[in-house]
Design a protein around this ligand. Structure first.
Ligand code: 5GP
Length: 130
């Protein structure tokens, strides 16, 4: 069965898309720790990051860094955290979380955004993708 993230890649489930290339996809997390919290995923459906082949692993990190730079230049934050958890969705994803305090990295404090706020945030980050 396809993961929820594979369904997002295929357009079967909507998302606030940030970036895409042949092998990777980035979109806003629906339950963000902070405004701009983004998920970067390989299109190939693999559960654990430790099971990725070398090329997909390094490609995912390069793709995530590029998206992270766009977030840093868009969102008011001290830096962007790269976090891998994966306990909820069994499809590798790197959380890119704009950080102002350590609390932003804890997954305990969440922010609530309207559809319009998600759309505006995605549009601003997309405009900075190189
Ligand atoms: P993890 O698997 O790393 O524990 O967390 C999965 C993340 O995916 C969570 O932060 C959650 O909010 C996000 N997520 C789960 N389902 C969806 C979805 O359908 N759309 C989006 N955009 N994010 C999701």
């Amino acid at each position: 069965m396809s993961s929820i993230f594979s369904k997002i890649i295929k357009g079967e489930i909507p998302c606030y898309k940030i970036a895409e290339n042949d092998n990777f996809f980035a979109f806003l997390d629906i339950n963000p720790n902070a405004v701009g919290h983004t998920l970067c995923i390989p299109k190939e459906e693999v559960d654990k990051i430790t099971d990725l082949d070398d090329a997909t692993y390094t490609g995912l990190m390069a793709f995530s860094r590029n998206v992270g730079k766009a977030i840093e230049s868009t969102i008011d934050c001290k830096r962007v955290a790269f976090t891998v958890i994966g306990l909820e969705v069994p499809h590798v994803h790197v959380h890119l979380i704009p950080l102002n305090t350590m609390q932003d990295a804890t997954f305990l404090n969440k922010v609530s955004l309207t559809k319009e706020e998600f759309e505006a945030t995605a549009k601003k980050i997309r405009a900075k993708i190189e």
